[in-house]
Ligand binder design. Structure first.
Ligand code: TYC
Length: 113
């Protein structure tokens, strides 16, 4: 298992000195919502550029990047990865900015898991 165990952090105290009552408090730990980052197919962006984007911004190896690119090419859309909201938003911006800089129409978006 990885990650934190809700309710068992080191700050969990048995005594509430502000009220003089001995209480067990369970800190509320919420898992963040996750978002899929999607690449969309188009007719103009070179395949090599899409592979490069997947390697650079999504830390994919050559083989997986090629597979994802081909999936998008054949199916119209594909998942690059799943992230918390702010990370997903950053990735979408990075991909679109990079595509624009290179004059490619590549589109990238995100959706709640
Ligand atoms: N369809 C593009 C081509 O034939 C390649 C491509 C793949 C474009 C994936 C965008 O998200 C994409 N050059």
């Amino acid at each position: 298992m990885t990650g934190n165990t809700p309710g068992k952090g080191p700050d969990q105290g048995d005594d509430d000195f502000s009220t003089g009552l001995a209480t067990k408090t369970r800190p509320t730990v919420k898992k963040p919502s996750l978002y899929r980052v999607l690449l969309l197919n188009d007719d103009y962006t070179p395949m090599e550029f899409v592979v490069h984007v997947l390697e650079k911004y999504f830390n994919k190896g050559q083989d997986e990047a090629l597979q994802i690119m081909l999936h998008v090419h054949q199916n119209g859309v594909g998942v690059c990865g799943t992230f918390t909201y702010e990370v997903a938003e950053t990735k979408v911006t990075q991909v679109i900015d990079s595509a624009r800089s290179n004059q490619h129409p590549l589109q990238c978006t995100m959706e709640k898991e």
